[in-house]
Design a protein around this ligand. Sequence first.
Ligand code: GLA
Length: 394
Amino acid sequence: MKHLFYSLIVILLLCFYNIAKAQKFEHLADTPAMGWNSWNKFTDYINEDIVKGTIDAMVETGLRDVGYIYINIDDSWHGERDGKGFIQSSPKKFPSGIKVLADYAHSKGLKLGLYSDAGYKTCANYSGSLGHEYQDALQYARWGVDYLKEDFCYTENINPIGAYTLMCNAIRDAGRPVYFSICEGGYNKPWEWGKAISHSWRTTIDIQNNFESVLSIIDQQEGLRKYAGPGHWNDPDMLEVGNGMSVHEDRAHFTMWCMLAAPLILGNDIRSMNKETAEILMNKDVIAIDQDKLGVEALKFSSENGLEFWFKPLENGDWAFCILNRNKTPENYIIDWQKFNLKDDISQRSINFDTIIYNLRNLWTKKSEGNTRGKKKIVIEGHDILIWRLSRKE
Ligand code: GLA
C-alpha cells in the first residue's frame, strides 16, 4: 500500500514536471492562423500534385497576399516507418518526399504543415506518433515543417494533457518553431489546459459541409471566448466555404469564423474555386475582423426569432457587429440601437449608443450606411449574415 502511495506521488510529480517544462514556440499565432488543409475536400485522396498545385494556386489567386500562408497536409500522407522507426511519407502519394514540398512552399513565401496523432494510429489508420514523439518531431524539423495538427484517435487510456505536453516538448527539443494544433474534438476541454502547450485547440467534432453543422458548431462555442487570445485560439474547425453550400451560407459561415477569431484554414479546392468563393475568402475587411490584434472573440449579445446579434471589440476602439439569420427565410428587422448597449467583462469594453454615435460600414457591400443615430431597417436573406464595422463618429 505504502509502495503504491509513493509510486503515485512520483507519477504525479513527473506529470507536473512535464507540464511545467512544456514550452511552445511563442509568437507563431499572435493572430489566428490562416492557411489551407487537405482534409475537408480531399480526405485520403491527397498527393504531391494536389499539394504542389495548391501552393501555386495560393500565390496565383492572391490568397497568400491576403494572409493565407499555411499549406497543411492532413491525414494519410504517411508511409511506413524506416528500420530505425522514423516516419516516411507514402512513396506512392508523395514520391519526392515532404522536404521537397516544404522547400517549394518556402520558396513561394508559404509554410508547410503536417498531421499526426497522439495514438498508435491516425484516425485514417496510418502510423501514429505514440512512442515516436521525439523521432517524429525531429523528422518534421529535418523536413522543414512549420505546423503540426495532432489528433487523438487510437489513444485508449492515454491522458490527453500528458500526450500533448509530450509532443509540445518534442517539438521544442527538435528546435524548429512549429505551430502546434491540438485536435481531440473538444472532449477533454482543451481550452482549460491547451494555452501553455499549443497555439489552438479544436473545440468540437468535425465540421460537415452543411449549414446545420455550421450552426451547431457556433452554438458549441458558448462559454469559450474567455479562453482564447493572442497566441492561443479556440478552433471551431476548418472552413467548408466553396464546398457546396449556398453563397449566403458560405458568407455567413466565413463571417462567423472571423467573429469568433477562429483559425481560417480553407477546406476547398483553391485550384478551381469560382468567383463568389474567391470573393468571400479574400474579403480583406472581414479578414481584418478575424485578425484584429486585440484578439477577443465576439460575444453573442442576444437572439430574437432566429436572428442572432454578435459584437466583437476591435483594437482601435471600433466594434464589429453582425446579425446572423439562422432561418431559411429572409427576415425584416428594425435595429433599435439603444437595445444593444453592452458591457463586456472579458475585454472590459462597453458600448453606449445613448451617448456615442458610431458610423456604420457594411463589410460585404463595402458601403457606408449612415450611423447609429436613428433606428435602422434591414432585410437579411435566409441563412445569411450582415456585418458592419462600427467606428466612433468624430
Ligand atoms: C479527425 C479530424 C479531422 C481530420 C481527420 C483525419 O476526424 O478531426 O479534422 O483530420 O481526423 O482522419
